[in-house]
Design a protein around this ligand. Structure first.
Ligand code: UDP
Ligand code: MG
Length: 312
Protein backbone atom coordinates (compact mmCIF):
# COMPACT_ATOMS: atom_id res chain seq x y z
CA UNK A 1 0.00 0.00 0.00
CA UNK A 2 2.64 2.59 1.09
CA UNK A 3 6.27 2.74 -0.06
CA UNK A 4 8.56 5.15 1.75
CA UNK A 5 11.77 5.85 -0.14
CA UNK A 6 14.76 7.21 1.75
CA UNK A 7 18.16 7.86 0.14
CA UNK A 8 20.98 7.55 2.68
CA UNK A 9 24.69 8.26 2.35
CA UNK A 10 26.88 7.80 5.42
CA UNK A 11 23.92 8.24 7.77
CA UNK A 12 24.78 5.58 10.38
CA UNK A 13 23.94 7.99 13.23
CA UNK A 14 20.47 8.70 11.89
CA UNK A 15 19.24 5.28 10.77
CA UNK A 16 18.14 3.90 14.16
CA UNK A 17 16.05 6.96 15.03
CA UNK A 18 14.72 7.17 11.47
CA UNK A 19 13.55 3.55 11.50
CA UNK A 20 12.03 3.87 14.96
CA UNK A 21 10.07 7.03 14.15
CA UNK A 22 8.99 5.79 10.71
CA UNK A 23 7.77 2.50 12.17
CA UNK A 24 5.60 4.12 14.80
CA UNK A 25 4.15 6.69 12.36
CA UNK A 26 3.50 4.19 9.59
CA UNK A 27 1.96 1.51 11.81
CA UNK A 28 -0.55 4.05 13.09
CA UNK A 29 -1.25 5.47 9.62
CA UNK A 30 -1.65 2.06 7.98
CA UNK A 31 -3.99 0.93 10.72
CA UNK A 32 -6.24 3.90 9.92
CA UNK A 33 -5.83 3.85 6.13
CA UNK A 34 -5.90 0.11 5.41
CA UNK A 35 -7.00 -1.60 8.60
CA UNK A 36 -3.68 -3.39 8.98
CA UNK A 37 -0.50 -1.91 10.49
CA UNK A 38 1.78 -3.87 8.15
CA UNK A 39 0.86 -2.63 4.70
CA UNK A 40 3.89 -0.48 4.09
CA UNK A 41 7.54 -0.83 3.11
CA UNK A 42 10.47 1.45 3.83
CA UNK A 43 13.11 1.30 1.09
CA UNK A 44 16.45 2.63 2.30
CA UNK A 45 18.74 3.26 -0.65
CA UNK A 46 22.35 3.15 0.45
CA UNK A 47 24.21 5.44 -1.95
CA UNK A 48 27.62 3.76 -1.54
CA UNK A 49 28.13 4.62 2.13
CA UNK A 50 31.48 3.86 3.69
CA UNK A 51 30.30 3.74 7.28
CA UNK A 52 27.98 1.32 9.10
CA UNK A 53 24.89 2.38 7.13
CA UNK A 54 24.46 -0.88 5.20
CA UNK A 55 25.18 -3.28 8.12
CA UNK A 56 22.59 -1.32 10.10
CA UNK A 57 20.04 -1.64 7.30
CA UNK A 58 20.71 -5.41 7.21
CA UNK A 59 20.18 -5.63 10.94
CA UNK A 60 16.89 -3.72 10.81
CA UNK A 61 15.72 -5.84 7.88
CA UNK A 62 16.43 -9.04 9.85
CA UNK A 63 14.26 -7.81 12.69
CA UNK A 64 11.52 -6.21 10.60
CA UNK A 65 10.87 -7.29 7.01
CA UNK A 66 8.95 -4.09 6.30
CA UNK A 67 12.29 -2.29 6.32
CA UNK A 68 14.01 -3.02 3.01
CA UNK A 69 17.18 -1.86 1.37
CA UNK A 70 19.24 -1.71 -1.78
CA UNK A 71 22.85 -0.60 -1.93
CA UNK A 72 24.93 0.93 -4.69
CA UNK A 73 28.40 -0.23 -5.70
CA UNK A 74 29.64 3.33 -5.17
CA UNK A 75 28.30 6.84 -4.54
CA UNK A 76 26.03 7.77 -7.44
CA UNK A 77 24.27 10.77 -5.93
CA UNK A 78 21.11 11.76 -4.12
CA UNK A 79 18.75 11.94 -7.09
CA UNK A 80 19.98 8.67 -8.56
CA UNK A 81 19.43 7.01 -5.18
CA UNK A 82 15.84 8.29 -5.25
CA UNK A 83 15.50 6.80 -8.75
CA UNK A 84 16.61 3.37 -7.52
CA UNK A 85 14.04 3.58 -4.72
CA UNK A 86 11.30 4.42 -7.22
CA UNK A 87 12.36 1.50 -9.42
CA UNK A 88 11.90 -0.96 -6.55
CA UNK A 89 8.82 0.46 -4.82
CA UNK A 90 5.72 -1.74 -4.89
CA UNK A 91 3.27 0.53 -3.05
CA UNK A 92 0.22 2.29 -4.36
CA UNK A 93 1.11 5.49 -2.50
CA UNK A 94 4.70 6.66 -2.49
CA UNK A 95 6.50 8.88 0.03
CA UNK A 96 9.92 10.43 -0.56
CA UNK A 97 12.02 11.83 2.26
CA UNK A 98 15.62 12.55 3.22
CA UNK A 99 17.34 10.29 5.70
CA UNK A 100 18.81 12.93 7.99
CA UNK A 101 15.48 13.58 9.77
CA UNK A 102 15.20 17.08 8.31
CA UNK A 103 12.01 15.75 6.76
CA UNK A 104 10.01 14.62 9.78
CA UNK A 105 8.23 11.25 9.55
CA UNK A 106 5.48 12.75 11.74
CA UNK A 107 4.38 14.92 8.79
CA UNK A 108 3.40 11.92 6.65
CA UNK A 109 -0.16 11.51 8.02
CA UNK A 110 -0.87 15.19 7.31
CA UNK A 111 0.36 14.81 3.73
CA UNK A 112 -1.70 11.66 3.30
CA UNK A 113 -4.80 13.47 4.55
CA UNK A 114 -4.33 16.12 1.83
CA UNK A 115 -3.81 13.43 -0.79
CA UNK A 116 -7.24 12.02 0.10
CA UNK A 117 -8.82 15.32 -0.96
CA UNK A 118 -8.39 14.20 -4.54
CA UNK A 119 -4.83 15.16 -5.46
CA UNK A 120 -2.13 13.07 -7.10
CA UNK A 121 0.87 14.72 -5.52
CA UNK A 122 1.34 16.73 -2.33
CA UNK A 123 4.58 18.63 -1.87
CA UNK A 124 5.92 19.33 1.60
CA UNK A 125 6.76 23.04 1.67
CA UNK A 126 8.96 24.45 4.42
CA UNK A 127 7.51 27.45 6.14
CA UNK A 128 10.54 28.46 8.15
CA UNK A 129 13.92 28.46 6.50
CA UNK A 130 16.96 27.98 8.65
CA UNK A 131 19.55 28.90 6.03
CA UNK A 132 22.14 31.67 5.79
CA UNK A 133 21.44 34.80 3.71
CA UNK A 134 23.89 33.66 1.02
CA UNK A 135 22.24 30.25 0.66
CA UNK A 136 18.82 31.91 0.49
CA UNK A 137 19.91 34.31 -2.24
CA UNK A 138 21.43 31.40 -4.17
CA UNK A 139 18.33 29.34 -3.92
CA UNK A 140 16.14 32.31 -4.82
CA UNK A 141 18.10 32.90 -8.06
CA UNK A 142 18.17 29.19 -8.85
CA UNK A 143 14.42 28.70 -8.50
CA UNK A 144 13.64 31.96 -10.26
CA UNK A 145 15.76 31.02 -13.27
CA UNK A 146 14.31 27.50 -13.44
CA UNK A 147 10.73 28.65 -13.21
CA UNK A 148 11.31 31.41 -15.73
CA UNK A 149 13.00 29.30 -18.38
CA UNK A 150 12.17 25.63 -17.86
CA UNK A 151 8.59 25.67 -19.05
CA UNK A 152 7.44 23.73 -15.97
CA UNK A 153 6.26 25.22 -12.69
CA UNK A 154 8.43 23.90 -9.89
CA UNK A 155 7.02 24.95 -6.49
CA UNK A 156 9.58 26.88 -4.44
CA UNK A 157 10.76 25.98 -0.96
CA UNK A 158 9.88 22.35 -1.49
CA UNK A 159 11.50 19.75 0.69
CA UNK A 160 12.08 16.25 -0.56
CA UNK A 161 9.21 15.13 1.68
CA UNK A 162 6.21 14.47 -0.57
CA UNK A 163 3.51 11.89 -1.14
CA UNK A 164 2.11 10.81 -4.48
CA UNK A 165 0.11 8.25 -6.34
CA UNK A 166 1.60 5.31 -8.15
CA UNK A 167 0.67 6.75 -11.56
CA UNK A 168 3.29 9.48 -11.06
CA UNK A 169 5.83 6.82 -10.13
CA UNK A 170 5.08 5.03 -13.40
CA UNK A 171 5.85 8.20 -15.36
CA UNK A 172 9.02 8.88 -13.38
CA UNK A 173 10.37 5.35 -13.81
CA UNK A 174 9.79 5.59 -17.54
CA UNK A 175 12.05 8.66 -17.70
CA UNK A 176 15.51 7.15 -18.01
CA UNK A 177 17.64 10.25 -18.56
CA UNK A 178 21.01 10.21 -16.85
CA UNK A 179 21.24 13.78 -15.59
CA UNK A 180 18.43 13.58 -13.12
CA UNK A 181 16.78 16.44 -11.30
CA UNK A 182 13.85 14.86 -9.49
CA UNK A 183 12.15 18.15 -8.55
CA UNK A 184 11.94 19.15 -12.20
CA UNK A 185 10.93 15.70 -13.39
CA UNK A 186 8.05 15.60 -10.93
CA UNK A 187 6.83 19.03 -11.99
CA UNK A 188 7.05 17.92 -15.62
CA UNK A 189 4.68 14.99 -15.04
CA UNK A 190 1.76 17.36 -14.40
CA UNK A 191 -1.30 15.91 -12.60
CA UNK A 192 -3.21 17.51 -9.73
CA UNK A 193 -0.81 18.85 -7.15
CA UNK A 194 -1.16 20.72 -3.88
CA UNK A 195 1.25 22.25 -1.42
CA UNK A 196 1.25 21.39 2.25
CA UNK A 197 3.27 23.26 4.85
CA UNK A 198 5.60 21.11 6.89
CA UNK A 199 8.02 21.64 9.70
CA UNK A 200 11.61 21.36 8.47
CA UNK A 201 13.98 20.31 11.22
CA UNK A 202 17.70 20.98 11.41
CA UNK A 203 19.83 17.95 10.49
CA UNK A 204 19.55 15.49 13.40
CA UNK A 205 23.14 14.23 13.43
CA UNK A 206 26.21 14.31 11.22
CA UNK A 207 27.05 16.86 8.53
CA UNK A 208 25.52 17.66 5.16
CA UNK A 209 26.44 15.10 2.52
CA UNK A 210 26.29 17.70 -0.22
CA UNK A 211 29.45 19.60 -1.08
CA UNK A 212 29.93 22.54 -3.46
CA UNK A 213 30.78 20.28 -6.41
CA UNK A 214 27.66 18.13 -5.94
CA UNK A 215 25.51 21.24 -5.63
CA UNK A 216 26.94 22.75 -8.80
CA UNK A 217 26.43 19.50 -10.68
CA UNK A 218 22.83 19.41 -9.51
CA UNK A 219 22.25 23.01 -10.60
CA UNK A 220 23.76 22.31 -14.03
CA UNK A 221 21.65 19.16 -14.36
CA UNK A 222 18.56 21.08 -13.38
CA UNK A 223 19.12 23.86 -15.87
CA UNK A 224 20.29 21.77 -18.81
CA UNK A 225 17.61 19.12 -18.47
CA UNK A 226 14.75 21.60 -18.26
CA UNK A 227 15.85 24.56 -20.30
CA UNK A 228 17.54 25.18 -23.61
CA UNK A 229 17.58 28.89 -22.95
CA UNK A 230 21.38 29.03 -22.38
CA UNK A 231 21.83 27.70 -25.93
CA UNK A 232 19.62 30.45 -27.33
CA UNK A 233 21.70 32.99 -25.43
CA UNK A 234 24.27 32.86 -28.25
CA UNK A 235 21.68 34.08 -30.72
CA UNK A 236 20.63 36.98 -28.50
CA UNK A 237 24.16 38.02 -27.60
CA UNK A 238 25.23 37.75 -31.22
CA UNK A 239 22.32 39.89 -32.43
CA UNK A 240 22.97 42.47 -29.74
CA UNK A 241 26.68 42.83 -30.33
CA UNK A 242 26.39 42.92 -34.11
CA UNK A 243 23.71 45.61 -33.76
CA UNK A 244 25.92 47.69 -31.49
CA UNK A 245 28.90 47.12 -33.81
CA UNK A 246 26.94 48.19 -36.87
CA UNK A 247 25.81 51.53 -35.41
CA UNK A 248 29.24 52.15 -33.95
CA UNK A 249 30.76 51.66 -37.41
CA UNK A 250 28.24 54.06 -38.96
CA UNK A 251 29.15 56.65 -36.35
CA UNK A 252 32.88 56.43 -37.16
CA UNK A 253 32.30 56.62 -40.90
CA UNK A 254 30.20 59.75 -40.31
CA UNK A 255 32.90 61.32 -38.11
CA UNK A 256 35.62 60.62 -40.67
CA UNK A 257 33.77 61.72 -43.80
CA UNK A 258 31.68 64.69 -42.65
CA UNK A 259 33.68 66.08 -39.75
CA UNK A 260 37.13 64.94 -40.76
CA UNK A 261 38.00 63.81 -37.24
CA UNK A 262 40.65 61.01 -37.25
CA UNK A 263 39.64 57.78 -35.45
CA UNK A 264 42.05 56.53 -32.79
CA UNK A 265 41.75 52.79 -32.59
CA UNK A 266 43.82 51.01 -29.95
CA UNK A 267 41.57 50.93 -26.86
CA UNK A 268 38.35 50.25 -28.70
CA UNK A 269 39.96 47.40 -30.65
CA UNK A 270 41.27 45.70 -27.51
CA UNK A 271 37.95 46.09 -25.71
CA UNK A 272 36.05 44.64 -28.64
CA UNK A 273 38.45 41.70 -28.95
CA UNK A 274 38.31 40.91 -25.23
CA UNK A 275 34.55 41.19 -24.91
CA UNK A 276 33.82 39.20 -28.04
CA UNK A 277 36.47 36.60 -27.20
CA UNK A 278 34.91 36.16 -23.76
CA UNK A 279 31.40 35.85 -25.11
CA UNK A 280 32.51 33.29 -27.68
CA UNK A 281 34.33 31.14 -25.13
CA UNK A 282 31.36 31.32 -22.78
CA UNK A 283 28.99 30.20 -25.50
CA UNK A 284 31.37 27.43 -26.52
CA UNK A 285 31.38 26.25 -22.92
CA UNK A 286 27.58 26.24 -22.79
CA UNK A 287 27.35 24.27 -26.02
CA UNK A 288 29.98 21.89 -24.61
CA UNK A 289 27.87 21.43 -21.49
CA UNK A 290 24.90 20.28 -23.55
CA UNK A 291 27.05 18.24 -25.93
CA UNK A 292 28.62 16.37 -22.99
CA UNK A 293 25.16 15.46 -21.77
CA UNK A 294 24.12 14.26 -25.20
CA UNK A 295 27.26 12.13 -25.27
CA UNK A 296 26.44 10.57 -21.91
CA UNK A 297 22.90 9.79 -22.99
CA UNK A 298 24.15 8.16 -26.18
CA UNK A 299 26.50 5.91 -24.20
CA UNK A 300 23.34 4.60 -22.52
CA UNK A 301 25.03 3.12 -19.49
CA UNK A 302 22.85 1.97 -16.62
CA UNK A 303 21.99 4.86 -14.32
CA UNK A 304 23.23 3.02 -11.21
CA UNK A 305 24.84 -0.28 -10.24
CA UNK A 306 23.35 -2.29 -7.37
CA UNK A 307 25.60 -4.16 -4.97
CA UNK A 308 23.09 -5.77 -2.64
CA UNK A 309 19.35 -5.90 -2.22
CA UNK A 310 17.12 -6.83 0.67
CA UNK A 311 13.66 -6.65 -0.84
CA UNK A 312 11.87 -9.86 0.22
N1 UDP B 1 22.53 11.80 0.00
C1 UDP B 1 22.72 10.74 -0.86
N2 UDP B 1 23.78 10.78 -1.74
C2 UDP B 1 24.64 11.85 -1.80
C3 UDP B 1 24.39 12.96 -0.93
C4 UDP B 1 23.32 12.90 -0.06
O1 UDP B 1 21.98 9.76 -0.85
O2 UDP B 1 25.56 11.82 -2.59
C5 UDP B 1 21.38 11.74 0.95
C6 UDP B 1 21.73 12.04 2.40
O3 UDP B 1 22.11 10.88 3.09
C7 UDP B 1 20.43 12.59 2.94
C8 UDP B 1 19.82 13.29 1.72
O4 UDP B 1 20.48 12.73 0.57
O5 UDP B 1 19.55 11.57 3.36
C9 UDP B 1 19.99 14.79 1.74
O6 UDP B 1 21.34 15.12 1.89
P1 UDP B 1 21.84 16.21 2.93
O7 UDP B 1 20.97 16.21 4.14
O8 UDP B 1 23.28 15.97 3.19
O9 UDP B 1 21.66 17.54 2.09
P2 UDP B 1 21.19 18.97 2.65
O10 UDP B 1 19.96 18.74 3.47
O11 UDP B 1 22.32 19.48 3.45
O12 UDP B 1 20.93 19.78 1.40
MG1 MG C 1 19.66 17.42 4.89
Amino acid sequence: MFSIIVPVYNEEENIPELCRRLTSVMEALCAVATGSPDRYEVILVDDGSRDQTWPLIEEFHRKDKRIKGVSFSRNFGHHIAITAGLDHAKGQTIVLMDGDLQDRPEEIPGLWQRLQEGYDLIYGIRKVKKDTIAKRLNSFLFWWFLNRFSGVAIPRDQTLLRIFDRKILEVLTSMRERSRFIHGMMAWTGFRIALHEVEHAPRARGVSKYNMIKLFRLAFNAITSFSTFPLRLATYLGLMSSGVGFFYALYFVYKKIFMDIPVPGFASTIVAVMVMGGVQLLMLGIIGEYLGRVYQEVQARPIYVLKEQLLD
